[in-house]
Design a protein. Structure first.
Length: 162
């Protein structure tokens, strides 16, 4: 009689453990699914950095001239990945090229580490050319900005960007 009581007790304990784990899963899934999570931030920053690296290769083949309005198509032979041109987690977002750098000679820029080139924007998968006021604030009220020297960093919306 005690053996069947032990078997039933063990089953109840396993059910209680599964119930607790299920509740923890329900609590944690929404936390990790929101766009402010560090994994989202890292992926978007990596995309901006890769676009900057593709631009550096493009500049080497084009006499240091920045791409024109069709910058996505111009960079495709260098990046080999159209998927990186948009946010991987929120499909309506993408990246834009700053108006002030379209067609410039990058080698004549005096301050490349402070000259913004690419930024996150609310545009969908097109070669957006806009000013930095079009930056999106989808990541904790800020966005990633890619610079002419190919580094990328997170910038809050209120912070100045050249």
């Amino acid at each position: 009689m005690q053996k069947s009581s032990w078997a039933n007790s063990w089953r109840v304990q396993v059910l209680i453990i599964f119930g607790i784990l299920g509740c923890l899963g329900l609590i944690l899934v929404p936390i990790f699914a929101r766009p402010g999570h560090p994994a989202y931030l890292t992926t978007c920053k990596s995309n901006i950095k890769e676009i900057g690296t593709g631009t550096a290769l493009y500049l080497g083949d084009n006499d240091d001239r920045m791409p024109l309005e069709d910058w996505m198509d111009s960079l495709l032979p260098y990046t080999k990945n159209r998927d990186m041109m948009g946010c991987p987690f929120v499909s309506r977002y993408g990246y834009g090229l700053k108006i002030g750098v379209v067609g410039i000679n990058a080698s004549k820029e005096k301050d490349p580490e402070h000259t913004a080139m690419y930024f996150e924007t609310d545009a969908l998968g097109k070669s957006v050319v806009a000013n930095l006021a079009a930056r999106s604030g989808r990541h904790k009220k800020g966005s990633h900005v890619g610079y002419l020297d190919t580094h990328a960093k997170f910038v809050r919306l209120g912070d100045p960007v050249k």
